[in-house]
Design a binder for this molecule. Sequence first.
Ligand code: BGC
Length: 747
Amino acid sequence: MRDLNELIIRMTLEEKVSLCSGLDFWRLKSIKRLGIPSVMVSDGPHGLRKQSDDAKYTDINNSIEAICFPSGVTTACSFDRDLLYRLGDVLGQECQAENIAFILGPSINIKRSPLGGRNFEYFSEDPYLTGELATTYIKGVQSHQVGTSLKHFACNNQENRRMTASSEVDERTLREIYLAGFEKAVKEASPWSVMTSYNRLNGIFTSESSYLLTDILRNEWGFNGCVMSDWGAVNDRVAGLKAGLDLEMPGSRGTNDAKIKRAIKNKTLSEEILNESIERILTKIFEYVDNKKEMTFNKEAHHQVARQLANESAVLLKNEGILPLSANDCQIAFIGEFAKTPRIQGGGSSHIKPYRVSSALDAVSEVGCISYAQGFVTDVDETQIDLLNDAVELAKSSDVAVIFAGLPDAFESEAYDRQHMKLPNCQNELIEKVCAVQSNTVVVLHNGSPVEMPWVNEVKGILEMYLGGEAVGEATIDLLFGHTNPSGKLAETFPLRLEDTPAYLSYQVIDDEIYYDEKLFVGYRYYDTKELPVLFPFGHGCSYTTFEYHDLVVSQTSMRDDESLTLSFKVTNTGSVFGKEVAQLYVQDLTSSVIRPIKELKNFEKVALEPGETKIITFELSQRDFAYYEVKISDWYVSTGNYHLLVGSSSRDIRLQTKIFIESTKSLPSKVTQNTTLGDLMKYKPLNKMISSVLEIMGEKNDNDAISKEMKLAMIQDMPIRALRSFKGVDNYMIETLVKTLNHLIN
Ligand code: BGC
């Protein structure tokens, strides 16, 4: 074990300060005389973007050749914790081989709107799924003694003005939606570092927020790694250091280092704070250095991992008996430029220079009966009439048309948001025209976020490949021809139209502020609560086989919130081919004590089943699965009452359900005032009986009453205590005494 304290004591102030910022864009500083080496970091998150020494930072796409794995939007649809571990595992190996100490990922911000320019890099609209997948990814990478940097903490949910805008979010929404994924990953996987976001949160830059970086991240969640800034995110370096920001990346060419030194000299910053930050940075540097392995990896083998990830993540959105295709018995037309040049990743800092890209056309070369027409040009909106006509002719003379459509690079990227949810006009027109002459049409999609599908009812099959990484071509052929049975499920809802989306009215930065007015109602939490029709719901995905859910059993139907219960059920493959099913568990709060989404994902499991095979799935549920964040106690709280446990194949396809009762063991702080209503008083257990009998008497109907007993009761329920003054014989003194006595009784 190294004695870091002793090392820090031997440092000059200049040396200490120097460690708090990067040497250049990708390296941390060294102190040779003390044996502290310079280590390197690299993007992330779905492959290495290690820039060579002579590449300019702004030359984003100039990095070493590496395996481009599918993006976060894609791998999230695998709903497969082990697969995300495997992704982390191969990335960790590649980091070791390329001398990278930290990979900058995973990226786990919540998809607040489908317009988010960086949605392709993020996992989901759901914090539970996000947290689970981030956890195993981190464990996979760190199993090789390489660090991760969990980013972007927090509330980077749009790209427009991301470096200055303030995300205005209430505490409960923050905890339940935007922090919960980070919380799980930090608590369960201990990432070596966390990267702050660029934006402000409720007015304060996240890189200067002691509330986020110290109170929540370190004190509440027990984070013991180092916090680094996003690239160029630092606003006030000294305020950041005080708040818990250890490392500034890439650095400010000495300006901010000098500010730290000055603050220590003039005693506005304690040297102790600086020492703590350095210790956290050094701990991780040496964890990497002391465990450095000589490692090589086989690029072809990792390419096959990329293929497996794409295979297990693609979502079969629709299939009216047209898929899988058969290579033997028909003429198949592949149409669309993406069949030749697939879109495999999004733009920005996560852009990988791929080792070997496979297109569907390359991968299908062994199948004899495929013909091809380009159909459209990928990066323009307008139809090229000759390309369209050729494609329609080809479709007409074939038995099946497979159209490879998708979003052009320029439509979605880091640093700016999308303008709309539409595919380019030329592609929509092509699909419509092909469907008019060919009833057997399938669409394969390459996109990083949902698109509107005006032709959804015209086509027989839709395969969502998202941004499938460099092996997407091989995976597409595996899936289209049934060598792999699709098993991905949507990690986000596909709305029908942009106007239906929950943040539609407020997803705009005005005066550098953006209000999260839809609060908890993000994604399916909104659509399902409002029962809005959607194009494809959260958790949806078809298979070439069928699954039956049966025999739901719970260990108890009533429990206290400090106990736990197990729920189990069986899933049977009732079709004729091998397949995998993602069973999802949602919880619905029936207590009506606070406003809550109609259901929330609390667990999931992907099971592999041979035809006719049955497996039992068991989930354990405890306090947090039923709780909401109660701001009155700054903690998670379970209301007493009934809850539904819903087991389904998607958020809109619930197959089994049961009801349980939970008794809370915590009580919320309560105070009776003159404005407490008679109905409110009934919520206090010790008063419950007494008040209900008083209400009964007061509600009683006289013969000459025009209003019913029920109406009277409802009116009295909402009457505040002070209103009793209007009754004969009740004076102010009596009211005050009553309030005092009631407070005494309930506390
Ligand atoms: C991105 C980070 C990335 C960093 C380094 C920033 O612009 O927001 O996610 O890790 O650049 O490339």
